[in-house]
Design a protein. Sequence first.
Length: 264
Amino acid sequence: MNSLHFLTALACLALAGGTAAQAADDAAKPARIILVGDSTMATRSGYGDALCQRLRAGVACINLARGGRSSGSFRAEGRWDEVQALLRDGAAFSASYVLIQFGHNDQPGKPGRSTDLVTQFPQNIARYVSEARALGGVPVLVTPLTRRIFKGPYLRDDLGPWASEVRRVAKETGALLVDLNKISADAVQAMGSSEADTLAQALPPDPNAAPVVAAPGVAVEPQGTPKTSFDRTHVGAKGAALFSGMVASELRRQIPALRPAFAP
């Protein structure tokens, strides 16, 4: 072997050794999950904290979901800037997975939050994907959690069009997809209206009780304030456990590198 070939071989060995060392170093770092969404994912009204609690100690899980936010207002309020700052400071993690779930507040009738289903909503979701990737994050699109409203024996699919757009964006961008809308709707349909009501934050009102009248001057509940009464959108502990389990199961299935992050 002449000197040139010898030096080339040494360089290749050094490069291979460095690559292996870097891979080993990355593997030793913990993963990080960042949650971006609305009240159905947020603390106290959604499943996000319950999802974080399924992770092993040492795995970072940051729930930035906020009640009342849409794919447009989350960015307009500067909340996406916080996500981008976290991604820029990601050297300590093997990977940063950004779970993105919107749709509820993108629907019509919500001033300052609603987005157009054709011209705005899918573009907003696609932009989150591209910007997360540009900063080294791994975007995971999540279709909106079903509402638990029945019409007779059948669950109303009022979030279907928004879920379809998220699926389309995932396909076009190659982003990972957790189809929570379908998985949760199938489960809620199977359990029926009465059982589904037990997933809420509070018990359904007693139909025989006298109606509660708000006192004069009481302000309307502000946007994003955690719900404390019965409804069929937000979840209590039972609902959070159920739906966080669905998301965790999909993450384990689709992302092998994340499987060790979850507690048994």
